[in-house]
Design a binder for this molecule. Structure first.
Ligand SMILES: C[S@@+](CC[C@H](N)C(=O)[O-])C[C@H]1O[C@@H](n2cnc3c(N)ncnc32)[C@H](O)[C@@H]1O
Length: 416
């Protein structure tokens, strides 16, 4: 099966082999594997390929589309070229006039926005819903794997066109571009890029081993928050997941082009960021601290951060970490609720630093998990130095530390 990064290279994922090894080690009776932070869908794709059922959730609509695309059966690959041509000719014959609120205007001239939008609208009408007034973003949890692959083709098209505005940091993209400097790709350029994107995806679909979904082991991906999982109690046989990092990665900004394709509006950005764990925004309202009474490690981390001499430690950063830990607490309570007794629960986490203070996420999560009723079984730590890791993503963090190695930990727990 092609590696996750081949499907979509802009998301923080974990290694496919690692997930495959865990899935292979699970008892045959483990029919439903769940990932509450499914991202680009490594867990759900690998579980499906291994004939297990899977349930994947993410709060980011772009992630839901990417993960759904990876479930497309490989025998559909043969019809993708004709589908692509049909969409292109239908888009040429039915031009679209974009609305002012279209986020694609951030980077493209009005005419190019119209050309991109007509391709997206025809894909929507053909594969999702005939009513062109509806937006893709409102249907992501229900779209077919085929529709998801076509949207992934659109995502890739936009990313290729946006190349002049992308930085080396994958979570950063230029916005608020002067109208004179916005991109003006022609219909030919847009269509050619889409054709190429669909060809590359066809090769991936062909090479994937998704021959089912097996009727006895269905897989599904849905838009939901890890703090409120739409699952019955004790209904999953295993959890394999990698929680959001605690490094203020803004997944909404990182996937803004994709969210723009799906029809997200500018006035919805803040709401989506606020729902995400680990993003830099702090929603208004009181931040509950009750859970800290049972979590001495979280309490100590917050005390160290609050006491740090640097600016905003006692203000913004205290709130950021408190909000993150509270989100983890609520999510792990949900994981514990839906995992059946004895189910393996595997967390892959990376540590990070706030200034010189180490944020030992494995220990913090381990403590929260035990408070929420999970039992520790084992843990393994690995030094991650070779690749650029998320602990080093903020260059200013070097002011406080000489080197920036990160430790990746695998925490194995069991359901109550
Ligand atoms: C580290 S990534 C997971 C990557 C994944 N293992 C993969 O292979 O692509 C964490 C994910 O958590 C998601 N997330 C953040 N807050 C969430 C929430 N409240 N509910 C569900 N997902 C959330 C982010 O959108 C992101 O996709």
């Amino acid at each position: 099966m092609p590696a996750s990064a081949a499907w979509y290279g802009y998301y923080a994922g974990y290694a496919d082999n690692f997930v495959a090894d865990i899935v292979a080690a699970l008892p045959v009776s483990a029919e439903t594997i769940m990932d509450p932070w499914n991202g680009s869908g490594t867990t759900t794709a690998i579980a499906t390929a291994a004939s297990r059922g899977s349930r994947g959730f993410d709060i980011n609509p772009a992630a839901v589309v990417i993960a759904t695309a990876r479930l497309l059966r490989s025998d559909v690959a043969g019809s993708m070229a004709s589908l692509t041509e049909e969409l292109l000719s239908s888009a040429s014959a039915n031009p679209d006039f974009p609305v002012d609120s279209d986020l694609l205007h951030s980077w493209f001239s009005p005419q190019s926005v119209g050309l991109i939008r007509s391709l997206e609208r025809r894909a929507f009408q053909l594969l999702v819903n005939a009513d062109a007034r509806d937006r893709a973003i409102d249907s992501v949890g229900d779209i077919s794997a085929l529709a998801a692959v076509v949207y992934l083709g659109l995502f890739r098209t936009i990313r290729t066109l946006l190349d002049p505005f992308l930085g080396s940091n994958p979570t950063w993209i230029r916005r608020n571009i002067n109208p004179r400097n916005r991109l003006r790709p022609s219909q030919d350029t847009i269509h050619q890029n889409f054709r190429q994107a669909m060809e590359a995806l066809t090769a991936l679909v062909e090479a994937s081993s998704q021959d089912y979904p097996d009727k006895n082991c269905p897989s599904s991906i849905a838009l939901a928050s890890s703090t409120d999982l739409p699952l019955e109690a004790s209904s999953v046989d295993a959890v394999i997941t990698s929680p959001p990092y605690c490094t203020r990665i803004d997944y909404v900004v990182a996937t803004l082009p994709e969210l723009a394709v799906l029809g997200l509006r500018a006035n919805e950005l803040k709401g989506l960021r606020d729902k995400m764990i680990g993003t830099p925004t702090i929603p208004g309202g009181k931040l509950e601290t009750d859970f800290l009474a049972d979590c001495p490690m979280s309490t100590q981390l917050l005390q160290e951060i609050t006491a740090h001499e640097s600016k905003a430690s006692n203000g913004y950063y205290r709130k950021f970490f408190l909000r993150y830990l509270r989100g983890m607490n609520e999510s792990i309570a949900e994981i514990s609720r839906v995992a059946r007794p004895g189910a393996p629960v595997v967390f892959v986490v990376q540590d990070s630093y706030y200034k010189e203070i180490r944020v030992d996420l494995a220990s913090l999560i381990g403590e929260i998990a035990e408070v929420q009723g999970l039992t520790a079984v084992a843990d393994h730590n690995f030094e991650v130095v070779a690749r650029r890791n998320y602990a080093t993503i903020n260059p200013r963090s070097r002011v406080y530390r000489e080197s920036t190695p990160a430790t990746e930990s695998v925490l194995i727990m069991a359901g109550e």
